[in-house]
Design a protein. Structure first.
Length: 231
């Protein structure tokens, strides 16, 4: 099929750091994506499922089983460009798993299972803070102290920003192709997830502040007085 009409119908996404509201809903996006052939839609779904795997998998399955599953699913991605973007995503997941495993357990490098280029490097440089990957992945030097602090939110933001630019580069190298469409959809999901997480964080912050205020003696006295007047 010709992808010109579909790609031209996709809106621009603002930079991830400035994306506070989605320029298109998922319902509207799906209407546009219905222009894809059945085979292309299958490739898109496979890419989405692999890029945004169910977090429950991490808890229910062993690392080794997950790696085998990811490798099998990756082999079904026909586009080398999309396959590489997804592999980049899963490599970051493997790196995070290695840092957490090293920090939180007594398991050694021989028990680590990961996907991608860096697995052997991780095992060989297990005791080094960034597994000796500072040159290849400068972001690693920033993530290590965040892992030690348990700053999961900031870690996710940093990696999502890296992934956003990785997808954007691939998208810009391939105009009016299926790769353009898939990379756009994966970026849309990154932005939507960030907005949703920011909303959840805002609600949690509000609830925490409200709890603190309501527990203050002065505020409690005013509330009790107001209820007495109403009664």
């Amino acid at each position: 099929m010709s992808y010109y009409t579909l790609v031209a119908a996709l809106p621009d996404l603002p930079p991830l750091s400035k994306c506070k509201q989605m320029p298109i809903s998922r319902i509207a996006l799906n209407r546009r994506l219905s222009m894809l052939s059945h085979e292309d839609q299958q490739q898109l779904k496979l890419a989405e499922d692999l890029y945004y795997f169910d977090s429950e998998q991490l808890e229910k399955r062993s690392d080794q089983a997950l790696v085998y599953q990811w490798q099998n699913q990756l082999s079904q991605i026909e586009s080398g460009v999309v396959r590489q973007c997804i592999q980049n995503r899963l490599e970051w997941q493997s790196l995070l798993a290695a840092m957490r495993q090293r920090q939180q357990s007594d398991q050694g490098p021989e028990e680590f299972y990961g996907l991608g280029r860096w697995t052997n490097r991780i095992r060989q440089h297990w005791s080094e803070p960034a597994f000796g990957l500072e040159g290849a992945l400068p972001l690693m030097t920033e993530l290590q102290p965040l892992v030690q602090k348990g700053a999961a939110g900031e870690i996710e933001r940093q990696i999502n920003n890296w992934l956003w630019h990785d997808l954007l580069r691939a998208e810009r190298r391939h105009h009016f192709t299926l790769e353009t469409v898939i990379c756009f959809v994966l970026r849309w999901e990154l932005a939507e997830k960030q907005i949703r997480n920011d909303g959840d964080q805002a609600i949690n912050t509000f609830e925490s502040m409200a709890e603190v205020l309501l527990s203050a003696p002065v505020i409690r006295e005013h509330i009790e007085s107001a209820f007495e007047e109403l009664s």
